[in-house]
Write a protein that binds this ligand. Sequence first.
Ligand SMILES: [Zn+2]
Length: 318
Amino acid sequence: MMLVAEHNYPNTYREFVKMFPDDTACAAFLVRLRWPKGFICPVCKKTSTPWNESRGRLACPICRHQTSVSARTIFDKTRTSLTTWFEAAWHVTTAKNGMSAKTLERTIGTSYQVAWMMLQRFRVAMVNSERKQLSGDVEVDETLIGGVQQGGKRGRGATKSIVVIAVEIKHPKGFGRVRMRYVPDASGDSLLPFVCDVVAPGSAVNTDGWSAYNKLSELGYTHKITKLSSSGDPAHVSMPGVHRVASLLKRWILGTHQGSVAQEHLQSYLEEFTFRFNRRTFRSRGLVFRRLLEQAVVTSPTTEADIIGGYDWKLNIK
Ligand SMILES: [Zn+2]
């Protein structure tokens, strides 16, 4: 079996079309991503070169078990062709700001429903279960999504959706990776579990003076508090990372998604933003496309019922 070299991905749309002319080519690519060291039979667990049966099915030459490359992945039991899935993955990873379901529908000629379901499933796959916690110097702060803040007040607990953001701060300048979570309120019960989930113990966590963060030092972090001065310094002076990321996030929701993000799906959008932001320095957008497919073949299937009312991110948030 041919192994997929690390550089094996299309760099341009022209290369993409050439590389994936049909479902067979897409399936072959997924086989190599899913089993980079050779096909492993899910039943007898032996490594072999599988027989290619019709309709993308693979058969183990040792025990004759039949499987398919899409079984137990986000492509499981899909009625959408792999070429359509690949086309969607290409656009969502190579367009600078991704694509809304509406734009995707028009771009690849599916129904809105199909475009929306593919995007939602890709967002689940965008959360790499093996991603590492943030570390070093990390800023943590909340922002409000879904409307314009009024009166210049921070408005904790207002009617908008609260999103807590963590950003790695690089020295002398620049930002590293981000994580974000939609939380029901700005209490310690909502904010502290987020920090514990996404920031490695021992890191320096910088917050404002909000009392909900008081326990951070007890939880194993070096807690640095930046108090906003009473003279009304804008928040970005003390929290440049979170301020920058929050404004990019808001611009993305307003621009790409016309500001129409339902609260029950907000976390999905946050995960997509995070996936793209954390790969912003990749040398090729084609590599981001490849990474998404790599994650898609190790992500368990989600049903429409799992997704329609809002995906339960507690299952794999980290
Ligand atoms: Zn077998």
